[in-house]
Write a protein of this length. Structure first.
Length: 260
């Protein structure tokens, strides 16, 4: 409980008050730690993963999208270099094990699953200020909390029993209602330039993608037969367990803020 409160307070402080270089450094640390957890999950699934190139590819992808002054202009170069670099290293390390395609895919996956979304979060803060990023985080927090409470009170029908047996359809409905309302209402102050109809639609999308992101990470853990992505945060699992909902929601949020 204490570690969870400290984590939330630290996240809020970094989002609102940290200078750009410190926020970027924190995001880079999250990418590296999350990539390490992904590699561990892949190895628990009997895949041979080259860890250092995977970490570097994920970090550079995040930097290409979120580093101040770059604004995504190098992203295609980084992704192509990651493909070639990780492919060559995997080729050199391969000793005839099965599932070569799955292994090299797992080595590239941190760049896509972590590098791009976390880079999008950094870019969102640059585009719209701390309040725009915190609005996304708050929507996910409200949605997650209300999924839990409405699920406990009214949950009867499982949402995805194979992936996450405790999640219910009723809980998801609660998350949609309260999460979307939070985004639409608070967004009136923090994103006043966004029309109310777009705020409602984007709020619904964020909640839906947050639920999908949560289930996706649960699928990865269940396939690797582990409960948490790591034991980094006492009582709360690992980095992936804390940011899973954001990883699917962040890219869409970034695209809307930048291009729509």
């Amino acid at each position: 409980m204490v570690s969870g409160a400290v984590l939330i307070a630290l996240a809020v402080a970094i989002v609102w008050a940290a200078p750009d270089w410190l926020f970027f450094s924190a995001a880079l640390l999250i990418v590296i730690l999350g990539a390490r957890e992904l590699v561990t999950l892949a190895r628990a699934s009997a895949l041979v993963v080259v860890d250092v190139p995977a970490f570097v590819a994920a970090a550079l992808t995040m930097a290409a999208l979120g580093a101040p002054g770059i604004n995504g202009r190098m992203i295609e170069v980084v992704l192509m270099a990651a493909l070639v670099g990780v492919g060559l290293v995997t080729l050199g390390a391969w000793r005839g094990e099965p599932h070569a395609l799955a292994s090299v895919s797992a080595s590239l996956f941190p760049a896509l699953y972590l590098g791009l979304p976390v880079g999008a979060l950094v870019a969102v803060r640059q585009l719209g200020g701390p309040q725009s990023l915190f609005l996304l985080m708050l929507t996910i927090i409200v949605s997650d909390s209300m999924q839990y409470y409405t699920g406990r009170l009214f949950g009867r029908r499982p949402l995805a029993p194979i992936v996450s047996p405790k999640k219910t359809i009723e809980g998801a409905v609660g998350g949609f209602v309260f999460g979307t309302a939070a985004f639409a209402i608070i967004g009136g102050w923090w994103l006043p330039q966004m029309p109310v109809g777009l705020r409602i639609g984007l709020g619904l999308s964020i909640v839906a993608l947050g639920i999908a992101g949560d289930l996706f990470e649960s699928m990865l853990k269940r396939s690797a037969n582990v409960k948490d992505s790591s034991s980094l945060i006492p009582g709360h699992g690992g980095i992936l367990d804390r940011i899973d909902a954001l990883l699917f929601a962040a890219p869409v949020y970034y695209i809307v803020l930048r291009y729509v």
